[in-house]
Ligand binder design. Structure first.
Ligand code: ADP
Length: 451
């Protein structure tokens, strides 16, 4: 069954059950109330009659009074102590049937009588002869039946009338709920078929859950599309970047094959080039894997760490490997909650760039700024042109001049650094002046609240 039909059917059924139950409640309360009113009225006139009889001494006179008190649709009996009728009076022909008398525990009895109900009561009284008799009064409830019948008709009519807006509103409700879902299904089916990322039309200032669902779906589609495009670009960039060293290797291998056997200097040159390109490819593949790993948030483990000592370790590694002087200015100890391994990797990437693109000593400064720790890596190299700065975090992006040199570097270092900074919740800023050098600053929150 379709969701729309389910909502429509269930809400209508629920409302119908509710209406029927409330109508039944009203009907039975009324029914009880009307019977009670009939009973109290009959009892009232019986009591009046008893008072009137108590003042009389003459049986004939009593009989006249009794005739005056007989109910409009009913009968009146005076029964002696032995149960025999002393007197029976009825308002209409045929009401001379003996109606059951209530027992001591009952207030009244009700029996069916010619399509109606007959209500009977009995009270003791003193007959003009001085004998204690029982006064039995019966009322045939013709008006009550008519009133209850009218009530039933009114209730059925109201229920049927009420069903019209209920059916309309349940259909509207079904449509309101299912329309956005149908739109979603259509968009998803179309996206699946065409391999695109289709969005749905959502009311701009819609605040309800359905509007939110539509907005979230559109956001998801945008994100999927961006990721897909990014991924596609990465694959094409990566294959393009890998093609260059492969072409170089291939052409040197051919040179080696053709002329390398006789000329050792050509063989030497070819093998050196092949080794250097192989090294570059290995480095690039390692960095690509690194990039994929750093994308996983689960690989980050936040623990208290001494920023000075971990920066010192990174400095030591670079300065020893490349024999480059690196100066550190920092407080003797500065603790922060972070992932030491990733932060160290980030500092290593920035130090490596600083040493690659400058000749002079490198300056590293660590300082505390309220809730933030700032680590700045400054080199005094050639700097980066302002037009390139916005693209430095793009994968495989390299400043033209460095790309043309075709030596070292893959254009992945800063992309990896940026991914790590995101993982660490850190901010990465690059300031550079052509000819004056570059300063890259990492800002990490000392104690991130979520950790
Ligand atoms: P690469 O492996 O080429 O160094 P990066 O992503 O680390 O890749 O850097 C991208 C480009 O940014 C580099 O090719 C270089 O042109 C430029 N760059 C990065 N750091 C510096 C720096 N400290 N000084 C000058 N240029 C830099």
């Amino acid at each position: 069954m379709k969701l729309k039909t389910k909502i429509h059917f269930l809400s209508t059924l629920m409302m119908l059950i509710l209406l029927i139950l409330s109508n039944l409640g009203i009907y039975f309360t009324f029914d009880k109330r009307l019977h009670h009113t009939e009973y109290t009225q009959l009892l009232g006139s019986a009591k009046e009659l008893t008072v009137a009889l108590s003042k009389m001494t003459d049986e004939e006179e009593a009989e006249i009074v009794l005739r005056a008190y007989v109910p409009p649709n009913g009968a009146l009996r005076v029964a002696g102590a032995d149960g025999d009728d002393i007197l029976t009076v009825q308002s209409m022909e045929g009401y001379d049937k003996k109606f059951p008398v209530p027992t001591k525990d009952e207030a009244f009895t009700i029996v069916p009588y010619e399509g109606y109900e007959a209500l009977s009561i009995a009270i003791p009284t003193i007959w003009p002869t001085g004998e204690v008799v029982q006064l039995q009064m019966t009322q045939v409830l013709t008006d009550l039946k008519a009133n209850l019948g009218l009530l039933r008709v009114v209730m059925v009519g109201i229920t049927l009338l009420a069903m019209i807006p209920i059916i309309i509103s349940s259909m509207t409700l079904g449509r309101i709920v299912t329309q956005p879902i149908e739109k979603l299904i259509l968009a998803m089916t179309a996206s699946r078929r065409s391999g695109t990322f289709q969005q749905i039309a959502v009311p701009e200032n819609g605040k309800d859950e359905l509007a939110q669902m539509g907005q979230t779906f559109n956001e998801l589609m945008i994100q999927l599309e961006q990721n897909y495009t990014k991924q596609e670009k990465f694959v094409s960039d990566a294959s393009h970047e890998l093609k260059t060293p492969i072409t170089v290797i291939d052409s040197y291998a051919r040179l080696l094959q053709r002329r390398g056997m006789d000329k050792p200097e050509i063989a030497e040159e070819a093998l050196t080039a092949i080794r250097s390109e192989t090294k570059r490819m290995t480095e690039m593949i390692e960095q690509m894997l690194n990039l994929a790993r750093n994308n996983e948030p689960a690989s980050y483990l936040f623990e208290p760490a001494d920023i000075r000592s971990l920066t010192g370790e990174a400095i030591h590694m670079i300065s020893r490997a490349y024999n480059r002087p690196i100066r550190l200015t920092a407080p003797s100890r500065l603790e922060a909650t972070t992932d030491s391994a990733h932060l160290k990797q980030l500092i290593l990437i920035l130090l490596d760039n600083a040493r690659k693109y400058s000749e002079q000593p490198i300056d590293v400064t660590i300082a505390e700024e309220e809730t933030v720790v700032r680590i700045s890596i400054r080199d005094h190299g050639k700097g980066i042109p302002a037009k390139d700065i916005p693209f430095l975090f793009d994968r495989f992006y390299r400043v033209d001049e460095d790309r043309n040199r075709k030596t070292g570097g893959t254009g992945l270092g800063l992309a990896i650094a940026n991914e790590i900074a995101i993982g660490l919740g850190a901010k990465l800023d690059i300031e550079s002046e052509e000819g004056d050098g570059t300063e890259v600053t990492i800002r990490i929150v000392k104690h991130p609240a979520s950790q």
